[in-house]
Design a protein around this ligand. Structure first.
Ligand code: GLP
Length: 261
């Protein structure tokens, strides 16, 4: 794992957007895996700016979102369909037929999930997957106990995730959908590159365990230790429980030096 620690959320968003821009300039039909949550909003803003001001072209890009709540109308203000339209899709030129988000119902979910995996395979797999992390270490909606080989499926959310996400539902835990469809950890492990973003002290424990702790189903993000190309982009607050902060900073400084030679 490459760990990049920056003073602020803004710098993380800039670095992540530059990684995606550079990949897109090399491969016009880039396949992006996308995440929701407050953490990637700055990244989407930066990509929208690159599209509007620098003409970055998304017309051949295909996207697959990690997850969606079940039993929430698509047009609900907190559905991930609404989130993606508001923060990204409405502002760039990704064609609607190339935008994929898990369905928002439990109807025929097994068939849907198998087809979602097939659709990812059909376009040659995901090139870059954007990830956030839950305070309990979940990625997508792969909660504690998720098999590290899991694929896209329907899951029940843990109490801690329901409580964490209640803020988006007016603070009332009982109104947060209890189930979701999520790509599995096995699905995420197959992507070519992961960009895991995290900010703030509330994520510092999960980040320390995910990067420096044992690989375990009790910390789903720890599976990324076995991924060949994961970049972890975190601010100082999210890095505050890591043991090897100085080493990560020195490694990144050396990488920049090498690149500028
Ligand atoms: C939700 C999403 C995750 C996201 C997490 C953290 O649970 N399913 O994909 O990483 O929230 O969100 P935030 O970035 O708002 O802290």
């Amino acid at each position: 794992m490459e760990v990049i620690i920056q003073p602020s959320h803004h710098q993380l968003a800039v670095i992540a957007s530059e990684i995606i821009r550079d990949a897109l300039l090399k491969k016009l039909n880039l396949v992006l895996g996308l995440a929701t949550g407050s953490t990637p909003i700055g990244l989407y803003k930066a990509l929208v700016r690159m599209h509007k001001e620098d003409g970055l072209d998304f017309s051949r890009v295909t996207t697959f979102n990690l997850d969606e709540y079940v039993n929430i109308p698509r047009e609900h203000p907190q559905s991930y369909h609404t989130f993606m339209a508001k923060h990204f899709f409405d502002h760039v030129n990704i064609s609607v037929e190339n935008q994929h988000i898990p369905q928002n119902t439990a109807e025929n979910h097994e068939t849907f999930c198998a087809r979602y995996e097939e659709a990812i395979e059909r376009v040659g797999g995901i090139d870059i997957q954007v990830l956030g992390i839950g305070t309990d270490g979940h990625i997508g909606f792969n909660e504690v106990g998720s098999s590290l080989a899991s694929r896209t499926r329907i899951v029940t959310l843990t109490e801690s995730t329901l409580v964490a996400n209640a803020i988006h539902f007016g603070g009332d835990v009982s109104t947060v959908p209890e189930m979701a469809i999520t790509m599995g950890i096995g699905t995420i492990m197959k992507v070519k590159q992961c960009l895991l973003l995290a900010c703030g002290t509330s994520k510092s424990e999960a980040i320390a365990k995910a990067i420096e702790g044992p690989i375990t189903v009790m910390m789903p993000a720890s599976a990324l230790q076995m991924h060949p190309n994961t970049v972890v982009l975190i601010d100082e607050a999210a890095a505050s429980n890591l043991k090897e902060v100085e080493y990560y900073k020195r490694s990144y400084a050396n990488k920049l030096k090498l690149e500028s030679q």
